[in-house]
Design a binder for this molecule. Structure first.
Ligand code: ZN
Length: 489
């Protein structure tokens, strides 16, 4: 046995245990009986303890030193293992335990404060989370920037400076586009009641249309849609609101994008560090291109219009054009997860600036709500009417996810680039989408990006697929062209 094969054998069991922990999380959101919550906390804690011990096992350091990688794949495996090992061993065990303990309680406190619309109920807990994440960032950063150290957990190689510069270039054209759209006549929304069983039949067809492999996956209901697992067991969830069928349908397409990425990764990487999507930004690029550039395109909404009529009878919108406009309605709103393609990134910019100030120490938790509300008024032209529409709307900060939000926008930017490259390379994408068949597009994404898993760095895998360095230009061009047509600008 060589050091490399010893290390990979050890790593394989760690990856398998990580998948098991993930499946416990899936169960908790879908199937678990209510009364099992406390016991599940103990079970999850036990497996997380084992995982932490394995990820910081000193033998990893020895194996890494002795290993001699033979090719590009082995070098990439070692790069991932080394990165995780160095991060995990820099964080003192007591701090890691305290973060896990505080954030698991904080999520419940946040949910209670949100229900009660009382920011003050959450602030002491949030202050504790921020303090702990600052400690973690300091341990990771050495002499570097605190926020960058946290961002690197989700998007290796990205920095606050590079993200900030991207936002500075995105903002003026997005704001100008939103202003032009809001000055134009508003298309009608789709109204009516859409029974849950019918929505579930349509939503299964949507996952099918985008290439979800049912033999290695399943679809269930959850409060917040998500995708979970990798390799040959990748599960998705959706939700049903009878008056809002697009909520269900576009959540399903989004999660199908995440899931198809995981299902498409080269089987040789199964249960290794390369066997997962490479970063949150690249992951989000897949969910977004499925949901938006394909799912909200005119050819595909034409097919969905027919499918919905077949399921629900006559609809409130008269034809496929009106249906397309209803799917793509632009409206400034309070809630990020309900935002249209034009406003979405403005919601992310607000969070990015505030969380960067919180972690950097320029903003106190006590002043967060006022800062949020002032910024929202400035960016969206409306006063926040209640905390659940403002600073309490997202779960992320309560569970310590600082540095995560910008990966949503990076995903949008990458999706814009991939869409441009894919459409230049593959003829017949729209003809397929008009028949409810996305295989020409998903085949290109599988071949050029998804199968590589963690082999290349995030920006690199996108650049290789596109044939050019990613930038925000293609996303902005796509948005301007699409909405100029719908709103006759
Ligand atoms: Zn997503």
């Amino acid at each position: 046995m060589t050091a490399y094969s010893d290390l990979m054998a050890f790593q394989r069991d760690t990856e398998a245990l990580g998948q098991i922990a993930g499946r416990l999380g899936w169960d908790q959101e879908t199937m678990m009986p209510r009364g099992a919550a406390d016991q599940r906390g103990d079970e999850t804690g036990a497996i997380e303890g084992i995982l932490h011990a394995r990820r910081t096992d000193p033998r990893i350091g020895e194996w890494l030193e002795a290993a001699e990688p033979q090719d590009e794949v082995e070098r990439a495996q070692l790069r991932h293992i080394r990165r995780t090992y160095e991060k995990q061993t820099r964080i003192p065990a007591a701090l890691a335990t305290e973060i896990a303990r505080v954030t698991s309680v904080a999520q419940g406190v946040w949910a209670g404060a949100r229900r009660a619309e009382k920011v003050a109920d959450f602030l002491p807990t949030l202050a504790r989370v921020v303090a702990l994440k600052r400690e973690e960032a300091a341990a990771l950063a050495g002499n570097g920037d605190l926020y960058d150290a946290l961002l690197d957990n989700y998007e290796p190689g990205a920095t606050a400076e590079s993200i900030g510069a991207m936002f500075d270039r995105l903002r003026p054209r997005l704001v100008a586009l939103a202003d032009r759209i809001l000055g134009a006549p508003k298309p009608a929304a789709l109204t009516g009641q859409f029974p849950a069983d019918g929505q579930m039949r349509v939503t299964r067809d949507l996952a099918q249309a985008f290439g979800y492999d049912w033999n290695r996956g399943r679809l269930d209901l959850a409060v917040h849609p998500f995708s979970s697992g990798s390799g040959n067991d990748v599960r998705i969830t959706t939700r049903v609101v009878e008056e809002e069928p697009f909520n269900c349908f576009y959540s399903t397409i989004h999660e199908t994008g995440h899931a198809c990425y995981e299902q498409a990764i080269d089987q040789a990487y199964l249960l290794t560090p390369l066997g997962n999507g490479v970063s949150m930004g690249v992951h989000e690029s897949q969910s977004r291109i499925y949901e938006n550039q394909m799912g909200r395109s005119r050819p595909f909404t034409g097919w969905l219009f027919g499918r919905m009529q077949a399921e629900f009878g006559a609809l409130s919108v008269r034809d496929a054009d009106a249906f397309h406009a209803a799917v793509n309605r632009v409206q400034p709103g309070y809630i990020r997860t309900e935002a249209d393609e034009v406003h979405y990134n403005l919601h992310v910019m607000l969070r990015f600036d505030l969380e960067r100030q919180l972690i950097g120490g320029a903003l106190e938790v006590a002043d967060l709500e006022a800062a949020w509300n002032a910024r929202f008024l400035k960016d969206f032209g409306a006063a926040v009417d209640r905390p659940s529409h403002g600073v309490l709307q997202d779960v992320h900060w309560s569970v310590g996810l600082f540095g995560y939000f910008p990966t949503y926008s990076l995903g949008n930017v990458y999706a814009g680039c991939l869409n441009q490259a894919m459409r230049a390379a593959v003829p017949g994408i729209d003809a397929g989408l008009a028949r409810g068949d996305a295989s020409a597009a998903t085949g290109w994404l599988r071949q050029n990006l998804q199968r590589h898993g963690g082999l290349y760095e995030p920006g690199e895998v996108v650049a290789r697929a596109c044939g050019f360095a990613p930038s925000e230009g293609p996303l902005l061009d796509y948005l301007e062209a699409k909405f100029a047509e719908i709103y006759r600008l």
